[in-house]
Design a protein around this ligand. Structure first.
Ligand code: PAF
Length: 279
């Protein structure tokens, strides 16, 4: 079985003359992750899927404990999607020393807004673990979902700053038949919450249709009001921003622009985003 809990052992099994695709995950896999694994399998000679709930990207240990986990099911899903892939599911001590310290990075505005504002230290933790994984395995390509669009830009900035040669591949958000973005956190929702969670994509689609004629201030007002009338969801933020630098976009232009949303439903926090340009 291609299962490893120590990166040094996995590393000794890698053929450094062949391409390596890395799919970093925190487990509780869903079809979105599987689509990344399938793409990595098509584009690379060797594939590593990592499963590690990275403590440094959470604000407290309660959050880490409540993160959904199901290693056996994850392994079965990976084997089915990519039988030859190598699974790396370490304990913390394979990646961190006992102090569990994050490295220090400067990401400017990218880490000060939206998720960065609501989740203290989150991106420092994400960048630390991703840098460790990229340095340990030196993959040719690494795959990340666009649902976490801000994370994707942080990781692109990380590899630029650290001159890491891995190419970072952003993959479209995987949605269910109702449009709900797949997320491991959806597993924490009860049936009613799950039904109501589609409000996020409904509001993003509304924003997209309004963007044809309204400015971002007006759209934000409409969406905020819609949330006030929804008893199930509490809005953390709704923002319209340029895709390349995440600066606020005031009006429709040729530049690629996205609407970003984060909301809480019960105890679970969900995020999503949608490209507003028509192509
Ligand atoms: O997106 C995730 O699942 C995590 O943030 C990542 C990139 C695996 C780092 O822990």
């Amino acid at each position: 079985m291609n299962f490893f809990s120590q990166y040094s052992v996995l590393n000794s099994c890698l053929n450094k003359n062949k391409t390596i695709g890395l799919v970093p995950t925190m487990g509780a896999l869903h079809e979105g992750h599987i689509s990344l694994i399938e793409r990595a399998t098509i584009e690379n000679e060797q594939v590593i899927v990592t499963i590690f709930v990275n403590p440094t990207q959470f604000e407290n240990s309660e959050e880490v404990k409540s993160y959904p986990q199901n290693l056996n099911l994850d392994i079965q899903m990976i084997k089915k999607a990519s039988p030859k892939s190598m699974i790396y599911a370490p304990k913390s001590n394979d990646l961190y020393d006992s102090k569990m310290k994050t490295y220090r990075y400067e990401f400017g505005i990218l880490e000060k807004i939206m998720e960065g504002k609501f989740r203290n230290g989150h991106f420092q933790g994400v960048a630390t673990i991703v840098e460790k994984l990229l340095n340990n395995f030196s993959p040719t390509k690494a795959y990340f979902g666009e649902k976490d669009f801000q994370q994707l830009l942080i990781i692109k900035s990380l590899v630029n700053q650290k001159k890491i040669s891995t190419s970072i591949v952003g993959c479209s958000t995987y949605r269910d038949s109702q449009g709900l973005a797949l997320s491991s956190r959806n597993k924490l929702l009860n049936t009613k919450e799950l039904k109501n969670a589609i409000f996020l994509i409904e509001q993003l689609k509304l924003a997209k249709s309004l963007w044809k004629k309204e400015n971002s201030l007006r759209i934000t007002k409409i969406i905020e009001e819609n949330f006030l009338n929804n008893i199930w969801l509490k809005l953390d933020y709704f923002d319209i921003r340029f895709e390349n630098n995440l600066l606020k976009a005031k009006e429709k232009s040729d530049q690629k622009t996205r609407a970003f949303i984060a909301a809480r439903i019960g105890k679970t926090r969900l995020i999503d985003n949608l490209l507003l340009n028509e192509y």
